[in-house]
Design a protein around this ligand. Structure first.
Ligand code: SF4
Length: 211
């Protein structure tokens, strides 16, 4: 795919939804960070159900530490990988509290040094909270990119690199949420809804199934 087509696709998303946003519910930087960590391998809807209760009780690193390991585990135990996530969050809160005065650090390198924070989580935080030019590649973004041919690659790192190279700066803060929402509701893993897809005329996958 060339950059002219890429731009047409991004313009189409912009017309359809100018300001895409995450479906995770949060009311502070810290709450978003916790929600993203909790969202690994579960849906945003499931996370929102859990955090609605959790954030009422504890919504700062100190409050989570006061809650303690066992109560936190109990509160998030309906989510997959809850044992690991509980440990990550407790250790994360200790570091945030002791080293960063309860604040979220602003660089990718520092974020990546925190427990439970991988590249995807770090980039979401940098992009959403600090408006920095990073693109998070999750399974939806990965699938939409490869299927459409927007950019192709066999790993999320390759896709991220290519997106950073080809996506015009004015779209960098928005492309993650556009592709996530598109992958979640239209370009689904099992049955993509190609006939109602707003970008089907440029899509490699759609061209092939029409043949
Ligand atoms: S045409 Fe189909 S495969 Fe292509 S982006 Fe749309 S839903 Fe996905």
């Amino acid at each position: 795919m060339n950059n002219v087509i890429r731009r047409l696709i991004l313009q189409e998303f912009e017309i359809y939804c100018e300001k895409p946003a995450t479906e995770l519910r949060y009311s502070s930087d810290f709450e978003l960070l916790i929600s993203v960590i909790l969202s690994a391998q579960v849906t945003d809807k499931q996370v929102n159900i859990v955090t609605k209760k959790l954030f009422k009780i504890a919504s700062t690193p100190m409050q989570i530490l006061n809650l303690g390991y066992f109560k936190l585990k109990l509160l998030i135990k309906s989510l997959g990988l809850y044992n690991k996530k509980t440990l990550y969050i407790i250790n994360l809160c200790k570091i945030l509290q002791n080293k960063y005065k309860g604040k979220i650090p602003r660089t990718q390198k520092t974020l990546l040094s925190l427990p439970g924070v991988g590249k995807k989580t770090a980039n979401i935080i940098l992009n959403t909270i600090f408006y920095k030019n990073y693109i998070a590649v999750d399974r939806h973004v990965f699938r939409v990119c490869n299927r459409t041919g927007f950019v192709t690659g066999c790993s999320t790192d390759v896709i991220e690199k290519k997106l950073m190279h080809h996506v015009p700066i004015k779209y960098i803060l928005r492309i993650h949420n556009w592709f996530v929402l598109h992958g979640r509701y239209i370009c689904k893993a099992r049955k993509p809804k190609c006939h109602v897809c707003i970008i089907n005329k440029w899509c490699k996958y759609f061209k092939n199934i029409k043949c």
